[in-house]
Design a protein around this ligand. Structure first.
Ligand SMILES: [Zn+2]
Length: 142
Protein backbone atom coordinates (compact mmCIF):
# COMPACT_ATOMS: atom_id res chain seq x y z
CA UNK A 1 0.00 0.00 0.00
CA UNK A 2 2.71 2.43 1.08
CA UNK A 3 4.76 1.33 -1.86
CA UNK A 4 1.87 2.04 -4.20
CA UNK A 5 1.47 5.53 -2.82
CA UNK A 6 5.17 6.18 -3.28
CA UNK A 7 4.96 4.91 -6.83
CA UNK A 8 1.98 7.15 -7.56
CA UNK A 9 3.80 10.12 -6.09
CA UNK A 10 6.77 9.36 -8.26
CA UNK A 11 4.65 9.08 -11.40
CA UNK A 12 2.88 12.31 -10.52
CA UNK A 13 6.18 14.09 -10.18
CA UNK A 14 7.33 12.82 -13.57
CA UNK A 15 4.02 13.94 -15.06
CA UNK A 16 4.40 17.43 -13.66
CA UNK A 17 7.96 17.67 -14.93
CA UNK A 18 6.55 16.78 -18.31
CA UNK A 19 3.86 19.45 -18.05
CA UNK A 20 6.40 22.10 -17.16
CA UNK A 21 8.56 21.01 -20.05
CA UNK A 22 5.62 21.17 -22.44
CA UNK A 23 4.57 24.57 -21.22
CA UNK A 24 8.11 25.84 -21.52
CA UNK A 25 8.19 24.62 -25.08
CA UNK A 26 4.92 26.39 -25.87
CA UNK A 27 6.11 29.53 -24.16
CA UNK A 28 9.50 29.61 -25.85
CA UNK A 29 7.76 29.00 -29.16
CA UNK A 30 5.48 31.96 -28.57
CA UNK A 31 8.39 34.12 -27.48
CA UNK A 32 10.31 33.22 -30.59
CA UNK A 33 7.32 34.02 -32.73
CA UNK A 34 6.86 37.40 -31.03
CA UNK A 35 10.52 38.18 -31.50
CA UNK A 36 10.42 37.27 -35.15
CA UNK A 37 7.29 39.32 -35.67
CA UNK A 38 8.98 42.35 -34.13
CA UNK A 39 12.07 41.86 -36.23
CA UNK A 40 9.90 41.73 -39.28
CA UNK A 41 7.99 44.87 -38.32
CA UNK A 42 11.25 46.76 -37.90
CA UNK A 43 12.50 45.56 -41.21
CA UNK A 44 9.36 46.68 -42.98
CA UNK A 45 9.53 50.13 -41.47
CA UNK A 46 13.16 50.72 -42.27
CA UNK A 47 13.50 49.28 -45.74
CA UNK A 48 10.87 49.83 -48.37
CA UNK A 49 12.95 47.76 -50.70
CA UNK A 50 12.76 44.82 -48.41
CA UNK A 51 8.98 44.87 -48.37
CA UNK A 52 8.71 42.03 -50.80
CA UNK A 53 11.20 40.02 -48.91
CA UNK A 54 9.34 40.90 -45.75
CA UNK A 55 6.13 39.61 -47.21
CA UNK A 56 7.81 36.38 -47.99
CA UNK A 57 9.04 36.23 -44.43
CA UNK A 58 5.54 36.97 -43.27
CA UNK A 59 4.26 34.01 -45.22
CA UNK A 60 6.91 31.86 -43.65
CA UNK A 61 6.06 33.22 -40.24
CA UNK A 62 2.40 32.53 -40.81
CA UNK A 63 3.25 28.97 -41.69
CA UNK A 64 5.48 28.72 -38.67
CA UNK A 65 2.75 30.13 -36.48
CA UNK A 66 0.30 27.61 -37.86
CA UNK A 67 2.74 24.84 -37.10
CA UNK A 68 3.22 26.11 -33.57
CA UNK A 69 -0.50 26.43 -33.06
CA UNK A 70 -1.04 22.90 -34.27
CA UNK A 71 1.62 21.73 -31.92
CA UNK A 72 0.02 23.64 -29.09
CA UNK A 73 -3.33 22.08 -29.88
CA UNK A 74 -1.70 18.67 -29.83
CA UNK A 75 0.02 19.33 -26.54
CA UNK A 76 -2.87 21.03 -24.80
CA UNK A 77 -5.03 17.98 -24.06
CA UNK A 78 -2.14 16.42 -22.17
CA UNK A 79 -2.15 19.33 -19.78
CA UNK A 80 -4.99 19.47 -17.30
CA UNK A 81 -7.76 21.92 -18.17
CA UNK A 82 -7.39 23.67 -14.85
CA UNK A 83 -3.69 24.25 -15.36
CA UNK A 84 -4.23 25.41 -18.89
CA UNK A 85 -6.78 27.98 -17.74
CA UNK A 86 -4.38 29.23 -15.11
CA UNK A 87 -1.60 29.34 -17.63
CA UNK A 88 -3.73 31.24 -20.14
CA UNK A 89 -4.79 33.80 -17.57
CA UNK A 90 -1.19 34.38 -16.54
CA UNK A 91 -0.06 34.83 -20.12
CA UNK A 92 -2.85 37.32 -20.70
CA UNK A 93 -2.25 39.26 -17.49
CA UNK A 94 1.53 39.14 -17.24
CA UNK A 95 2.81 38.13 -20.65
CA UNK A 96 4.67 35.26 -19.04
CA UNK A 97 3.36 32.36 -16.99
CA UNK A 98 6.51 30.45 -16.21
CA UNK A 99 9.45 32.09 -14.51
CA UNK A 100 12.71 30.65 -13.22
CA UNK A 101 13.93 31.03 -9.67
CA UNK A 102 16.85 33.46 -9.79
CA UNK A 103 19.15 33.56 -6.76
CA UNK A 104 16.25 32.70 -4.49
CA UNK A 105 13.96 35.31 -5.98
CA UNK A 106 11.00 35.13 -8.34
CA UNK A 107 12.19 35.63 -11.92
CA UNK A 108 8.94 37.46 -12.64
CA UNK A 109 8.51 40.05 -9.89
CA UNK A 110 11.90 39.64 -8.14
CA UNK A 111 10.35 39.03 -4.75
CA UNK A 112 12.57 37.10 -2.38
CA UNK A 113 11.05 33.64 -2.01
CA UNK A 114 10.63 31.98 1.38
CA UNK A 115 12.87 28.91 1.94
CA UNK A 116 9.83 26.64 2.07
CA UNK A 117 8.76 27.74 -1.41
CA UNK A 118 12.32 27.31 -2.70
CA UNK A 119 12.40 23.78 -1.33
CA UNK A 120 9.09 22.95 -2.92
CA UNK A 121 10.22 24.25 -6.30
CA UNK A 122 13.42 22.24 -5.96
CA UNK A 123 11.59 19.05 -5.04
CA UNK A 124 9.39 19.36 -8.12
CA UNK A 125 6.57 17.43 -6.43
CA UNK A 126 3.93 19.99 -7.22
CA UNK A 127 3.54 23.20 -9.17
CA UNK A 128 4.56 26.15 -7.04
CA UNK A 129 3.44 29.67 -7.74
CA UNK A 130 4.87 33.00 -6.58
CA UNK A 131 2.78 34.44 -3.78
CA UNK A 132 3.09 37.94 -5.13
CA UNK A 133 2.69 37.67 -8.90
CA UNK A 134 1.11 34.15 -9.11
CA UNK A 135 3.48 33.06 -11.85
CA UNK A 136 4.49 29.41 -11.94
CA UNK A 137 8.01 28.95 -10.65
CA UNK A 138 10.58 26.51 -11.91
CA UNK A 139 14.14 25.67 -10.99
CA UNK A 140 16.89 26.01 -13.57
CA UNK A 141 19.97 25.26 -11.48
CA UNK A 142 20.37 21.71 -10.22
ZN1 LIG B 1 6.66 36.72 -8.51
Amino acid sequence: MLHEIEELKRQNSILEDGIIELMEKIESGEELLEKKKKELEKEEQNYQKKMEEGNKNLEELKKEKEKLENKKAQLSPSISANLLTRYGKLIKAKGRALVPVVNGTCGGCHMELPPQILNEVKSGKRLVTCERCSRILYQTEP
